[in-house]
Design a binder for this molecule. Sequence first.
Ligand code: GTP
Ligand code: MG
Length: 206
Amino acid sequence: FEQYPVRFLWGAEEFASIPDGAVPEVAFLGRSNVGKSSILNALMASKGMARTSSKPGRTKQMNAFGVGGARLTLLDMPGYGHGSRHSWGREIMEYLRSRKQFRRAFLLIDPIHGFKEVDMMIMEAFVDMGIPYQLVLSKTDKLEEPKKKKDRLATPHINEVFMDVQGVMRDYGGHSGFGEILATSSEPVKKGINELRWAILRATGL
Ligand code: GTP
Ligand code: MG
């Protein structure tokens, strides 16, 4: 994975216009600032391929990155919330549903903030539309060492988070939710990135 060359393929604001192809695609979705672009950089072992920012709303369009020539396409999505246009959610779901080479959506959840209503809505839409997806916990480094003292008591233990997520998957996972939950962090040290690579390879049959 990381030894393969990566390159920016295309960016699009209008999802309907992108012609189908044969290269398998996986997509990264989640609320603004959850760490989608950062996890893509970790996956691609490249610092600045996908643009990241501490301010939510950084990624404004769907960006596609090619891995290993034309073997695999990774899609970085704009976050939902923060200034994304009203119809975006529906358009993106329609893209994922109709896209021939689409293989799996990875829905990122920040364990410090937990599930929000919009995450539930996304999962329900995945199930309704038969879109295969898997949950990924991002920024799990924050569970280990909260910087501020006052955050320490409020920070859940990773085991608690897993229990919660498993519960949500039981209730919302439906037939398209993949049971295995991935725990990752993209910085300051990378964790779970290889596991995520394996999940992508399994999802795409590569
Ligand atoms: P949008 O494009 O706005 O939807 O955001 P995004 O989901 O792409 O988030 P992005 O990757 O830009 O990261 C948002 C912020 O979280 C940045 O300040 C990152 O440095 C930080 N961040 C991302 N991943 C991690 C992580 O694993 N651990 C920690 N501690 N911070 C992270
Ligand atoms: Mg982004």
